[in-house]
Design a protein around this ligand. Structure first.
Ligand code: URA
Ligand code: CA
Length: 435
């Protein structure tokens, strides 16, 4: 096999065999196929696309490129959740304890935030002492003991995806459905999930801006997962406005605790019930989404979901007193409020602009190596469609320095728009692709 022939075949729109795809991926890792050929290959895929069979072969080649995490010692069906990333998207922190409390083991590997989107690991580190890295043995033992662990993904998972993504990032080939779908699902397969629930975001703050492309991505991921023998469900959900109120690490942890304490409601909780119900069904703890949703609601109301979060924090060395008293979780010292300039209706609370404003205050990183200020960020106090009066606060910002606060105020103010006439709230869920 020769790389130029494989590139030409894809360039001309023909279908590659699994062997040819594996040759490219293994050649990349072994150094036999240089970066310029891999880059040309990605561009050919970008223009010609891939069949579901080709995309599955690419996914499996990447999943097998490093160590596969072995979760076979964990009893029960291991269900994972993946969100394509958003703003104020605290779902893992709310969802994982809820689903674990329902009896489905949650062995979750999460990432860090990048750009305007947050990451679960950063959020968990705002609980003093919390350890996000456990050995594989500790991880498996903890899930068997308490049903829940959330850790960082180790470096040796799907190394081919890291190499490929780095090349795509500098060759204008990120926005390709087969390349995105294989990138995401390869990591989920390598980290041992038996079943996967996908939250594919669409809107200004998401990777996908149009419903059509989000649907295409969701369907591609569901198809690959099924071909690889996993049970799959997907929801396509709105990311035009932040999901929860909080945007920023400590602020999001505080919001998650409030919600699990039964003191929060709204889109974030609703979406957690919808995603969680599907995890519970795929995890075989219930055979009906409606009953699973009712079970999760009861577990939040009874305090069982919050108790599960505390068990996890304790097991991973975090300060449990912060869960009992989330007001002791440190937030940045300076704050300011954005107020509605006139009476009317909120017709925009733009997720991308608010995510960028929080990142500009220090909540996010531009490069992977940047550090984050865990305590800063913002709380959005209104939703699209809400009626407001002149002077009413619509957001509250927190920063470590006056200049960062000023910058955040300038940016975040532009996220909001108001109208005299009532305006419609966007739906929370656009579509579901069920098991
Ligand atoms: N997220 C990933 O993990 N991979 C992509 O290619 C895009 C988003
Ligand atoms: Ca909320």
């Amino acid at each position: 096999m020769r790389a130029p022939d494989i590139i030409m075949k894809k360039r001309d729109g023909r279908v590659l065999s699994a062997e040819e795809i594996r040759y490219m991926i293994q050649g990349m890792l072994l150094g036999d196929v240089p970066d310029y050929q891999i880059s040309a290959f990605c561009m050919a895929v970008f223009f010609q696309g891939m069949t579901p069979e080709e995309t599955t072969a690419l996914t499996l080649a990447m999943a097998d490129s490093g160590r596969r995490v072995d979760l076979s010692a964990i009893r029960g069906v291991k269900v994972d959740k993946h969100s394509t990333g958003g703003v104020g998207d605290t779902t893992t922190l709310v969802l994982a304890p809820m689903v674990a409390a329902a009896g489905v083991p949650v062995a979750k590997m999460s990432g860090r935030g990048l750009g305007h989107t947050g990451g679960t690991l950063d959020k968990l580190e705002s609980i003093p002492g919390f350890r996000v890295s456990l050995s594989e043995r500790e991880f498996v033992e903890q899930v068997n003991r308490i049903g829940l662990a959330v850790v960082g993904q180790t470096e040796d998972v799907a190394p081919a995806d890291k190499r490929l993504y780095a090349l795509r990032d500098v060759t204008a080939t990120v926005e390709s459905i087969p390349l995105i779908a294989s990138s995401i699902i390869s990591k989920k397969l390598a980290t041992g999930a038996d079943a996967i629930v996908l939250d594919v975001k669409v809107g200004s703050g998401a990777f996908m801006h149009e419903l059509d492309s989000a649907r295409e991505l969701a369907r591609a991921m569901v198809a690959i997962g099924r071909m690889a023998g996993r049970r799959m469900s997907a929801l396509i959900t709105d990311m035009n406005q932040p999901l929860g109120q909080a945007v920023g690490n400590s602020l999001e942890v505080i919001e998650a605790i409030h919600i699990l304490s039964g003191r929060g409601e709204g889109r974030l909780l609703e979406l957690c019930f919808e995603l969680g119900a599907r995890m519970v069904v795929l995890g075989e703890a219930c055979d009906d989404v409606n009953r699973a949703r009712a079970t999760l609601r009861r577990l939040v109301e009874s305090g069982s979901a919050l108790a599960k979060l505390k068990e996890m924090v304790e097991a991973q060395g975090g300060d449990v007193s912060r869960i009992d008293d989330p007001d002791r979780i440190e937030i940045a010292p300076l704050s300011a409020r954005i107020r509605a300039p006139k009476d009317g209706y909120v017709c925009r609370a733009d997720a991308l602009t608010l995510g960028r404003a929080a990142a500009a205050m220090g909540a996010g990183r531009q490069r992977k190596t940047d550090s984050v200020d865990l305590g800063c960020g913002l709380r959005v106090l209104v939703s699209v469609g809400d009626r407001v009066e002149a002077g009413q606060p619509v957001a509250e910002l927190f920063a470590g320095t006056q200049s960062r606060l000023d910058e955040g105020m300038i940016q975040a103010t532009q996220a909001f728009a108001y109208s005299d006439a009532p305006c419609q709230a966007p739906p929370l869920i656009y579509e579901a692709i069920e098991a």
